[in-house]
Structures are given as structure tokens and as C-alpha cells.
Design a protein around this ligand. Structure first.
Ligand code: SF4
Length: 298
């Protein structure tokens, strides 16, 4: 098992395509039509990361692969798309992992997206996104959304479960700066990990801080995924940082893939009522060719 304090390796690879169209588009949670992953593997090394699952065929998640020809492909593919749709980035790796500071792959991609007037939805745990505010503002004339994933209001806990990512406080500060710059932004409150961050206190604090820092929406899911390699890694991390908890998972969830926290109904009700209290939508507005689609709030 490799933890964050061990050295992560990096290599360049070539890829065949860079924009993959989702079967159901726009995808109903995040409004994404095309997925764009400029990297494979992720330096943030969250202990629960679903991208460690076998189906993604990443043999070594601690080795970061940079898709060297990605921008060349994007320039060509974006022109050939018949349907203009939101390009999403951040589902299989964090586009603003530390390596991005020097590689500037995301910045290059945003320049191409801006030039072609395509919409974009960036999902990240990093305040490095602030570097690209100028480009995101430009893309906002078409449509741009930035979602900060925040799973715990406790910085110390975030350092354990998301060891390579900026702390929660840094993410909320980034949210505020994005909002102050007029960028459509919000929070993804997921995953919620059984017996770890599944408390009313955690959920209400994150919602309150999202509202106070200018978030325009918050999307929550009171659960997590668990499968093969991902589950093995996660249980080892639990044994290291939260001794005894993995036994509760094993007896409760067995081989289940998508799992809800034990008090999911209570937490979901708390989530809904607290969002209502702060007038915070629980769905995002999506891009549409004519005007942004306004979804029902609750
Ligand atoms: S930031 Fe996202 S992709 Fe990266 S390790 Fe964490 S959960 Fe996985």
C-alpha cells in the first residue's frame, strides 16, 4: 500500500482520444456531456477514491500519467463535435493536482475551450483553480461552473482522508474568491463515509460554510462506493487511521458496491432542511444552447 508520504512517480503517455461522450447526456447530476481527463492517476490520493477500481485499468494509482498529446487532440476533436455540450473534468482525477502547477495542461485545455466557446464544468479539491480565473471568466460567457468537493468541515480530518489535497479551509477560501469574481460555483458534498464524516454536525457546517462563502449550489450524496481494489485500499487506510472501523464495514456492507451511511435518512433530511434554511439549491443550473436551464431547487 502506498500512502501520500511516499514518492509518486510521473510519466508521459500518448492517448487516442480526449473527449468521451457520456451515454446519457447531459449527465443528470453535473450536466456533463463530454468527459475530459488530461491525467491518469491522482496526486491527491484520497483514501476512498473510486478511480482505484479495476474497471478503470489503472495498474498503479500512485503513478501519474500525463497525456502528452491531449491538447493537440482536444483542438481537433472539439471542432469536429456536432453537439455543443459541457466538457467536464475532474471525475477520474483532480485536474488541479500539484503537477498541474508546472504542466499547465488544464490551462492549455481551457484556452482551447474558451477559443471554441464551449461550456465547461470543473470539479476539483484544489485552490490551484484560482490561477485560471481569467480563462474561467471568459468561458462563463458561454457557461462555466466550478465545483469544489468538500467532504468534511474539519481540516485535520481532511488531511487524513484526502492527504494530497488542499485543506477544507483552503477550498472554502477558493470558493469565496471564485464567487467574488462572479464565477458560478458550488460544493459537492460527497462521498459521506460511514462512521467517519457522517454526522449532522459535519453536514450542517459544510452547508453553512458553502452559503457564507458564496456557493450557488450544493450537491450531496449520503454514501460512497466500495469495490475491489478501491475497497482493499480503503480498508487498509481505515486500519491505519481508524482502527476497528473496517470490521463494521465488512459486517454491514459485505460486497455491496454503492453504500449508504447508517443514518442516511436522518442525514438526508438534515441536508434538505439546512439547504432550505440557507436558500441553497441542491441542483446546479446546466448549460443549454439558448439559456441556462433552471432546475427545481428542492
Ligand atoms: S481528488 Fe478525486 S480523483 Fe483525486 S484521489 Fe481524490 S477522489 Fe480520487
Amino acid at each position: 500500500m502506498i500512502f501520500f508520504d511516499e514518492i509518486l512517480q510521473m510519466e508521459f503517455i500518448q492517448t487516442k482520444t480526449i473527449l468521451s461522450k457520456l451515454k446519457k447526456s447531459p449527465e443528470p447530476w453535473f450536466g456533463i456531456t463530454y468527459n475530459m481527463n488530461l491525467y491518469r492517476g491522482c496526486q491527491h490520493q484520497c483514501i476512498y477514491c473510486d478511480s482505484r477500481s479495476k474497471c478503470y485499468q489503472i495498474d498503479d494509482f500512485s503513478k501519474i500519467q500525463v497525456k502528452e498529446n491531449a491538447l493537440y487532440l482536444l483542438e481537433n476533436e472539439i471542432k469536429r463535435k456536432k453537439q455543443k455540450g459541457t466538457i467536464g473534468t475532474g471525475s477520474m482525477n483532480d485536474p488541479y493536482m500539484p503537477l498541474e502547477k508546472t504542466s499547465k495542461m488544464v490551462r492549455g485545455a481551457l484556452e482551447i475551450i474558451a477559443k471554441n466557446k464551449y461550456p465547461v464544468h470543473i470539479i476539483t479539491k484544489s485552490n490551484l483553480v484560482l490561477r485560471d480565473i481569467d480563462l474561467i471568466k471568459n468561458i462563463s460567457e458561454t457557461y462555466a461552473a466550478v465545483s469544489l468537493t468538500i467532504t468534511t468541515y474539519d481540516d485535520e480530518l481532511s488531511k487524513i482522508i484526502e492527504p494530497g489535497a488542499p485543506t477544507t479551509s483552503e477550498r472554502f477560501a477558493a470558493l469565496k474568491e471564485l464567487s467574488d469574481n462572479g464565477i458560478y460555483c458550488g460544493v459537492l458534498l460527497m462521498p459521506v463515509l460511514p462512521f467517519i464524516n457522517d454526522t449532522v454536525e459535519n453536514i450542517t457546517n459544510i452547508i453553512e460554510k458553502t452559503a457564507l462563502n458564496g456557493g450557488k449550489y450544493i450537491i450531496g450524496w449520503m454514501g460512497m462506493t466500495l469495490r475491489d481494489n478501491q475497497r482493499d485500499y480503503y480498508y487498509k487506510a481505515l486500519d491505519k487511521y481508524f482502527p476497528g472501523i473496517s470490521e463494521s464495514y465488512k459486517s454491514r456492507y459485505k460486497e455491496q458496491y454503492s453504500v449508504s451511511v447508517p443514518d442516511s435518512l436522518v442525514l438526508q433530511n438534515t441536508f434538505n432542511s439546512t439547504c432550505k434554511k440557507f436558500n441553497l439549491p441542491t441542483k446546479m443550473e446546466f448549460f443549454s444552447e439558448s439559456k441556462p436551464e433552471q432546475l427545481s431547487l428542492f
